[in-house]
Write a protein that binds this ligand. Structure first.
Ligand code: SF4
Ligand code: FES
Length: 369
């Protein structure tokens, strides 16, 4: 398949993060600060991305505000002509720093929401005082006038807060809310027994989103990632492998999706050694599942094969142990029935504690000025 240029690039500036969300999709083995690529390399990556055709740059992490050079990086991305979105928990952002980011050319902020009150949010984020600080940051974002998307990750513990999350998006002046049911990659796999929504919760969330979309048309856009373990067809992961986007890790590895390193036979190029253009068009990891040539049945002969591209390769790897297999969420997968039983079992598990990357209740750190 001849690849088209990517539209979006996710730059994972760092894996450092003040929160410890139990559904973190970052790899189990996090990049250390001394492994992170430096400011000049990121600037070069941004220029290369723009030359390659990337339009949108998503600055992510970990917590991207943990990088002291964040303002300089935003300025460089602006100079390269990219539209820049900052994906943040808000922790580590002061009013002064937000004004500097505004002056440097930041276009948009995506603020994560772990819960709609301090009790829930601080427990899920593993960070005492985090909710209060996030609400303060939301006020500064509104006052400066950044276009805002609220990103609410939902699971069994907080799905009942969905209506309030939608109200909060309106109160914050957000133009969009992303309602994302937790996806089980990375650390999240350890917490399936605690976080898996029940089938009833998943259906209720569907209903709430349908009603809110109709009621708020023209006021608030609602993006929705449903609970796919309870679905009959898989999501079109990453818009199709090697089709629309690429991820760069804190160490400079270029991945077709954030969880691609869980597929053991793939080899990833690094921006420190290989130009981004060459990685996108010729890199073996990008070629591996681009298009439909790699497919076997049932996907190969399926009428939906260019709709969902066989679903998520990383989910096939995690659950079936074979990244070439049809996503087990799909009703045509021989593993679909077992997955549904497994999802219900996770959803019914009781008395489990959340497993954090590090001890919850860390004190609120100083903001980076
Ligand atoms: Fe998608 Fe493959 Fe299932 Fe068809 S068989 S719906 S292409 S995952
Ligand atoms: Fe890797 Fe879906 S997360 S293909």
């Amino acid at each position: 398949m001849t690849a088209r240029p990517p539209i979006a690039m996710l730059a994972e500036l760092t894996h450092r993060c003040p929160l410890s969300c139990p559904y973190c999709s970052n790899p189990l083995e996090l990049a250390r600060i001394d492994q992170e690529i430096d400011t000049e390399t990121w600037k070069s990556v941004f220029r290369q991305a723009a030359d390659l055709g990337v339009l949108q740059l998503h600055l992510s992490g970990g917590e991207p505000a943990s990088r002291r050079d964040l303002v300089e990086l935003v300025q460089a991305a602006r100079d390269a002509g990219l539209y820049i979105n900052l994906i943040t928990s808000g922790i580590g952002l002061s009013e002064r720093r937000l004004n500097e980011l505004d002056a440097a050319g930041l276009d948009h902020i995506q603020l994560s929401l772990q819960g709609t009150d301090a009790e829930m949010a601080d427990q899920i984020g593993g960070y005492k005082g985090g909710f209060k600080r996030k609400m303060q940051v939301a006020e500064w974002i509104k006052a400066i006038g950044f276009p805002l998307t609220l990103n609410a990750v939902l699971h069994r513990r907080n799905l009942h807060q969905l209506p309030r999350a939608i109200e909060m998006a309106l109160e914050m002046g957000a133009r969009r809310i992303e309602v994302a049911t937790v996806q089980f990659h990375g650390w999240a796999l350890k917490n399936r027994d605690t976080l898996m929504p029940t089938r009833e919760q998943a259906r209720e969330a569907d209903t709430i989103v349908i009603e809110a979309r109709a009621r708020l048309r023209g006021k608030l856009v609602i993006d929705y990632v449903p609970a796919d373990y309870h679905s009959d067809y898989p999501k079109r992961c990453m818009g199709g492998w090697g089709t629309t986007g690429l991820n760069v890790t804190p160490e400079g590895k270029v991945l077709p999706c954030h969880a691609a390193e869980t597929i053991p036979h793939l080899v990833f190029d690094n921006v420190k050694e290989t130009p981004l253009h060459k990685i996108w068009y010729e890199g073996s990891a990008f070629q591996a599942y681009r298009g439909t040539d790699w497919m076997q049945d049932p996907c190969k002969s399926c009428e939906r094969k260019t709709v969902d591209f066989g679903g998520c390769r990383c989910q096939a790897m995690a659950i079936v142990g074979d990244a070439n297999a049809v996503d087990p969420v799909c009703i045509k997968s021989p593993h679909h029935g077992a997955l549904q039983v497994q999802a219900d079992a996770h959803a019914c598990a009781e008395g489990q504690d959340l497993i954090y990357r590090s001890a919850p209740g860390k004190p609120v750190p100083e903001t980076v000025e």
